[in-house]
Ligand binder design. Structure first.
Ligand SMILES: Cc1ncc(COP(=O)(O)O)c(C=O)c1O
Length: 405
């Protein structure tokens, strides 16, 4: 079949049959390898979208592909009515990163966060002596993004996310990120937890400061609240440590994770520290597909590669120069780029104007990079990205900025 026929056909199929809930690029991707993807016209792109921070190992890492192939021929799904080796082993590995506690497996970031929100309710019920509906408020940050389920949406105070779906789930209050006093002011006897992204991703790559995270920990200890961190986008090595909160030396009570964990195979997880791990009991939560042997095999392969190839060390090392080069762009094009934020391979370029024309221009120049809220372009290389690829990214961005200067 001619490539152009394939493209027209796929675009027609989308037009006719796929729900129109995404603003998709006019691009049909057919193949990927490492940091590169190709479309149905044979065009090559440097993929710094990484499936929105999902493809931690880039595309089709041989160890990851082999692990999935092997597991697919052995045992794919059993339900959670039974134990499987992979789920037990993955839980052990994640507890190794997060600290003593327990892990619940699910399939997405939103589901991981739903589990956290249910954990907060159980904690609140325990705080009020077993009585339901007394203590259930969760304090979140303005500009947050926690997912599209009712719990996730309710924790996401953004008009574009909530519009059309109200009423939201009750029990959420919102304070200013990095303003500890604004969080403290909202705490009362009905508060069960504080829930923030360690680095806001969709909201525009806004990191929590170290002092802020340490302050939240202190508030949670003082008021018997759970500190719950959403590491769905910033976790699994993306910032150069396994969890982004490690940079601050803070310990949460619970963590939501997904995206990079499966490297492209859907899996999410909630880790709960020992303080709250006993709140769930048989029957209180579950999901049919959570932690299948296949999903866990993919995640174990991701962890193997992160460890064996020392990817977190590489992210820390490589990002120092990459960030310096990106900051140089801020200096060279001050009318277009107002700043650079982020950590490791989770970077946001703060533009002076709407990022969408830039996203298109970057794509035409061979770089895939997603926008974020507040006029930001995100750069999300796979953890395997090489120095040469980071340099190429800078050159493409420089070229697009020069053309518009
Ligand atoms: C920080 C954060 N939390 C939750 C989610 C929701 O994850 P999912 O799309 O897998 O449901 C996202 C997705 O972008 C996210 O960035």
């Amino acid at each position: 079949m001619q490539p152009s026929i394939v493209r027209t056909h796929t675009a027609d199929l989308y037009d006719a049959h796929v729900l129109k809930n995404y603003a998709r690029a006019a691009l049909t991707l057919v193949r990927g390898r490492g940091s590169l993807v190709w479309d149905d016209q044979g065009r090559q792109f440097l993929d710094f979208t990484s499936g929105i921070a999902v493809n931690a190992l880039g595309h089709c890492h041989p160890h990851w592909v082999a692990a999935i192939q092997r597991q697919a021929g052995e045992l794919i799904h059993t339900s959670n009515l039974f134990r499987t080796n992979n789920q037990g082993e993955l839980a052990r590995r994640l507890v190794g990163y997060a600290g003593p506690g327990r892990v619940f497996f699910c399939n997405s970031g939103a589901e991981a966060n739903e589990a956290l929100l249910k954990l907060a309710r159980l904690h609140g019920m325990r705080k009020s002596g077993g009585e339901e509906g007394k203590c259930y408020q969760v304090i979140c940050a303005k500009n947050a993004f926690h997912g599209r389920t009712f719990g996730g949406m309710s924790a996401t105070p953004q008009e574009k996310i909530q519009k059309g779906f109200r009423p939201m789930t009750p029990g959420f209050a919102f304070a200013e990120l990095n303003n500890l006093a604004s969080f403290e002011a909202l705490i009362d006897a009905g508060t069960a937890a504080i829930f923030v992204e360690t680095i806001q991703g969709e909201g525009g790559v806004n990191p929590c400061s170290t002092e802020f995270l340490l302050g939240l920990r202190r508030l949670c200890d003082q008021h018997d609240l759970l500190l719950m961190l959403d590491e769905v986008q910033c976790g699994i090595g993306r910032t150069g440590s396994f969890y982004a909160f490690e940079h601050a030396g803070v310990r949460p009570d619970a963590i939501g994770m997904a995206k990079g964990l499966g490297g492209g195979f859907p899996i999410g997880a909630m880790w709960v520290g020992e303080r709250a791990a006993d709140l769930f009991h048989p029957g209180s939560h579950g999901t049919t597909f959570g932690g299948t042997p296949l999903a866990c095999a993919a995640a174990l392969a991701v962890l193997d590669v992160i460890e064996r190839e020392r990817l977190m060390e590489k992210v820390r090392f490589n990002s120092a120069r990459w960030h310096a080069d990106l900051k140089q762009l801020v200096a060279d094009f001050p009318a277009q780029v107002l700043g650079m934020r982020g950590q490791g391979y989770l970077v946001g370029l703060q533009l002076a104007a709407d990022p969408l024309p830039y996203v298109v221009a970057l794509r035409e120049a061979g770089l895939l990079a997603p926008p974020a809220g507040g006029n930001v372009i995100r750069l999300l290389p796979p953890l395997t990205a090489t120095v040469a690829e980071l340099d190429q990214c800078v050159e493409i961005v420089r070229g697009v900025l020069s053309a518009r200067a």
